[in-house]
Design a protein around this ligand. Sequence first.
Ligand SMILES: [Zn+2]
Ligand SMILES: [Zn+2]
Length: 250
Amino acid sequence: MVTLRQCWSGLKHLLFPGCCALCLDEHLEAGPLCLTCCGQLDLQRAEPFCPRCAAMSGPGLSPDGRCGNCRDRVYHFEGSCRVAGYDRGWQSLIRLYKFHGAEYLDQYCAELLARRVMQESWWPAVDALVPVPPHWQRRLMLKPYLAEALARDVGRRVGRPVWPLLQRIRWQRSQIGLNLQQRLENVRGAFMLRRGARVAGGTVAVVDDVMTSGATLQEVARVLKAAGASQVYNLILARAGQQQIQWQLA
Ligand SMILES: [Zn+2]
Ligand SMILES: [Zn+2]
């Protein structure tokens, strides 16, 4: 839910660019956020994560690098990396962007994502970035779509092209309240390759803003692999933790 405070935050930052987009305090630093808020967001960036599903991992990784959440699961993607856990601060940041058109945050997020992905061992093999697309009805809102904006701005920073290979062909119901199996069924068939798109033999990184259960990215990877992609990785801004997943599934 978008709060009045978040509405005011977006408006105030536009009117007074010297105010932090999150806490509304005035600040002298370059960029949209004050040092205190940056520090709190950084706490979530410092947590180790599973290289396969990007969930917060702790010390319990198996020898093949999987965490307890994904040890018995079969994924169509090879690995994932994320900037941060999806805690309250990151939720506020992403909501500001998504619901208030706070596009000034895109540069901040894209910079963090670009720095993060260049640390991954698989990064040199990636040929292009592929954004998770919105349904065409979402485009009628004439607002930028975060996954596409991130892919464009990260691609520019890291010197990789953006391949808009996919289209979302089905308007899916909200995932909130669905269990993992229902989520997988809900997104099944939601994406297809765009006419004329080619990915055979390529290695791609799929870009999205938030990964919750992973059902959407699993379906995207399935479509890309079926089209001949050699390897698929996920590049995401924030990954929901087990607590948030349980809350969303409840
Ligand atoms: Zn602040
Ligand atoms: Zn995992």
